[in-house]
Design a protein around this ligand. Structure first.
Ligand code: GDP
Length: 291
């Protein structure tokens, strides 16, 4: 489900997270490994105001592992943040969250021990934009189904702590943040991964952007999966009609036709996006850090 982010929604989302922050020790900031900066809330540093934070790059099963490694270096070197790649759907990497969270909380825990206070379980909150995998991660860590997927901001319910092992507790409702949708390039990336409403951007435009990007960075994905022969150069692809030619070639190969034998560009766009999102084009990252 996609949330429409009106200013009122943003204020409420922010207030809700700040209420929750009072209860917790460490934030788990969930980002999409394919667009870590694009899937980041533009005001996150301000909203979290200094809470210890673990950056988790989810859906790493769909991202380019080489680029993910660069992102980990980027977060560490430029932001001083520990970033962990995971795949919440299968649980790959999730076990590593507890030790990392413990490390982030160690100063606080040592201070408590020095004061003679018996340390309690570390309390953590998962935050992220819609569709990034918050509910999937909560359910995986809980070992059962807890959060309703597509939770809306502003719908508060009684909050509960979920025990994750003996040393950590997770708030059962995530903090939902709005994406950086005012940046058009990011809008296309978010639409490509299926995280913003397709009605906001035209499907064929999203597919256009994706094809140009793939031609530049992952030409094999177009050649191998869709059988595109003699991929035009990047310069040639700046011309929209050349991109349409590529799409028509794909549509024809796949039988996405309208009556009269013409290629159905909408159908072709959706099949390209569907196959990209499900990983059928291979592991692809849509942005790389500027190191
Ligand atoms: P939320 O809105 O942040 O709570 O996101 P959800 O947990 O509802 O997940 C959104 C979609 O992403 C669902 O279809 C999940 O199955 C899928 N998903 C979540 N984590 C992963 C992952 O690590 N890999 C893949 N491939 N899909 C995932």
């Amino acid at each position: 489900m996609t949330i429409q982010w009106f200013p009122g929604h943003m204020t409420r989302a922010r207030r809700e997270i700040q209420e929750k922050l009072k209860l917790i020790d460490v934030v788990i900031e969930l980002l999409d490994a394919r667009i870590p900066v694009g899937s980041r809330n533009p005001m996150i540093d301000e909203i979290l105001s200094g809470k210890p934070r673990l950056v988790v790059l989810n859906k790493n099963d769909l991202a380019d592992p080489k680029v993910t490694a660069e992102w980990i270096e980027f977060f560490s070197e430029t932001k001083g943040l520990d970033a962990l790649p995971i795949d919440a759907a299968t649980g790959q990497g999730v076990k590593e969250i507890i030790p990392r969270v413990k490390l982030l909380n160690s100063a606080k825990m040592e201070a408590q021990i020095r004061k003679g206070i018996k340390p309690r379980a570390i309390r953590a909150l998962i935050v992220g934009i819609p569709n990034v995998g918050k509910s999937t991660l909560i359910n995986h860590m809980a070992g059962r189904k807890i959060a309703a997927t597509g939770d809306k901001p502003g719908v508060t319910k009684g909050q509960q702590w979920i025990k994750v092992g003996t040393e950590m507790e997770l708030l059962d409702t995530p903090g939902i943040l709005w994406p950086k949708f005012e940046d058009q390039a990011v809008g296309y990336q978010l639409a490509a991964i299926g995280s913003i409403n397709e009605q906001i951007l035209y499907l064929d435009e999203v597919a256009f952007h994706l094809i140009r990007y793939l031609a530049a960075y992952y030409p094999n994905a177009l050649e191998d999966r869709f059988g595109v022969e003699e991929l035009p150069t990047l310069e040639e692809l700046e011309d929209n009609t050349v991109v349409v030619d590529v799409m028509e070639a794909i549509g024809r190969k796949r039988g996405a036709l309208v009556s009269g034998g013409r290629v159905d560009l909408d159908k072709t766009s959706s099949l390209i996006l569907r196959e990209f999102r499900s990983g059928k084009l291979g592991r692809i990252s849509l942005e790389a850090p500027k190191l």
